[in-house]
Write a protein that binds this ligand. Structure first.
Ligand SMILES: N[C@@H](CCC(=O)N[C@@H](CS)C(=O)NCC(=O)O)C(=O)O
Length: 185
């Protein structure tokens, strides 16, 4: 599999080619060898995990994974993800009207996760699934928006567990990889 990097700005020279892969212009997108393309991170995770231990084969387990992937798209990505993007790229001030609501939702989401993980090692079943992988992505970076993650004890223990499963060198690319990403309010 080959990984590529694209700009996140409409002026990016990559845009017209990239729009063929994902009409919305957002990353990530997956292009198959036969030319077909898939976007939306959780759809890509479902595609890549089919037939592996990261996606249950039985009905309830699959639906439970779908539950957490929906949770991620509603409570995590547009909340912790957006707040982190605004914080790290100088966009907090221009989005100030939305910040308090998103902060409140972030707290609600982390409390929900903490509650769910109090008696469970992983979100679905006994092992790592794409539900954990999807939610870990932005959740483990919530410290960047001033959230005290260790205060959520069950969640923090789960973060360490997932980190141990995916390995210590899993990269987090800085927004500065894209020269258009950084602005000043
Ligand atoms: N729901 C989408 C969100 C994708 C998304 O918002 N990607 C951001 C970067 S994290 C992006 O490319 N934004 C630029 C744009 O939407 O034009 C997913 O989970 O894949």
């Amino acid at each position: 599999m080959t990984w590529g990097t694209v700009g996140q700005n409409q002026q990016s020279p990559w845009t017209s080619a990239f729009l063929k892969l994902n009409p919305s212009g957002a990353v990530p997108a997956l292009e198959l060898e036969d030319g077909r393309a898939l976007s939306e991170s959780n759809a890509i995770l479902q595609f890549l995990s089919e037939g592996t231990a990261f996606l249950p084969s039985e009905r309830f387990g699959r639906a439970k994974v779908a539950q957490w992937l929906s949770f991620e798209q509603y409570y995590i990505e547009p909340v912790i993800g957006s707040l982190r993007f605004w914080t790290l790229t100088g966009r907090l001030k221009r989005n100030a009207a939305m910040v308090p609501d998103k902060q409140e939702t972030a707290t609600k989401a982390l409390r929900a996760l903490d509650r769910s993980l109090t008696d469970a090692a992983f979100l679905v079943g006994d092992g790592l699934s794409i539900a954990d992988i999807s939610i870990y992505a932005y959740t483990h970076l919530a410290g960047d928006i001033g959230i005290d993650l260790p205060a959520y004890r069950a969640l923090a223990a789960w973060l360490s567990r997932v980190a141990a499963e995916i390995g210590p060198n899993t990269p987090v690319h800085p927004y500065t990889i894209d020269p258009h990403a950084i602005v000043r309010d």
